[in-house]
Design a protein around this ligand. Structure first.
Ligand SMILES: [Zn+2]
Length: 240
């Protein structure tokens, strides 16, 4: 069930079993935006069914937080325009050439191109891997981006973080909601879920300059500011 976070921000809850992350929905007066599109067309259509049932206008734009499969593999099924940072799009462009057969998947695991965690969950989400399709975004930007959705401002800002080189955060200014992608998490491709502590502390220091009241990580929360600090403390205690 989609959850209302603030006056114009909603979130479709994550599902750990299928590695489906939080999908955000931001309702402007002029147009509405999705934050990430989900890991499969089925995931995306569940989100869109929920928005319809809640009489929310169809989103015409989707902003991608980072390239990872669970956030992007439904891009080809999204009817509106998708928008991604250049770094994200460059990686998606490479991934769009991947072949989706059992052999090709096993080979990518062997070379380290794919991570074990993703491989495992892809096979749970997709009954038929030959249906998998990866595409690049319709709109690409470099640096930062601000959007006026109609009485609602969204800032999209890349921040170096411990999870993925291409990560951006989204800040909904009037409602003080921040979408973090998975930025506080460890690195699954190079460090097997481990942390680079410099990148972690740099990220935390930078993102905390936003006056957010609600923090939406891809796979935990949502948190208020205090809960976000506690979540980070757990990472510091257990991982750094
Ligand atoms: Zn991720």
């Amino acid at each position: 069930m989609i959850k209302q976070i603030s006056d114009h921000v909603y979130v479709m809850p994550f599902d750990g079993e299928r590695d489906r992350p939080h999908i955000g929905y931001i309702q402007g007066e002029q147009f509405s935006v999705l934050v990430d599109v989900g890991n499969s067309p089925e995931h995306l259509s569940e989100v869109l069914n929920e928005t319809q049932e809640n009489n929310l206008p169809e989103p015409t734009l989707a902003i991608i937080t980072h390239w990872h499969w669970d956030h992007t593999f439904a891009m080809h099924a999204f009817k509106g325009k998708t928008i991604a940072h250049k770094k994200t799009n460059d990686i998606l462009s490479q991934v769009s050439t991947w072949e989706w057969t059992k052999d090709a998947m096993m080979e990518r695991l062997r070379t380290g191109e794919e991570c074990q965690f993703c491989h495992h969950h892809i096979l749970i989400e997709y009954d038929d891997i030959s249906e998998m399709k990866v595409v690049t975004a319709d709109i690409v930007y470099d640096n930062t981006l601000s959007l006026d959705l109609g009485n609602l401002t969204v800032h999209v800002v890349p921040i170096d973080n411990p999870h993925s080189d291409d990560g951006v955060v989204l800040f909904v200014e009037e409602e003080k909601v921040l979408f973090a992608g998975d930025a506080d998490s460890g690195e699954y491709y190079k460090l097997d879920g481990g942390y680079d502590s410099d990148r972690f502390y740099h990220y935390v220091k930078t993102v905390d300059q936003f006056p957010y009241e609600t923090y939406i990580h891809g796979h935990v929360g949502p948190f208020n500011r205090e809960e976000t600090q506690r979540f980070r403390q757990t990472i510091i205690d257990e991982e750094l």
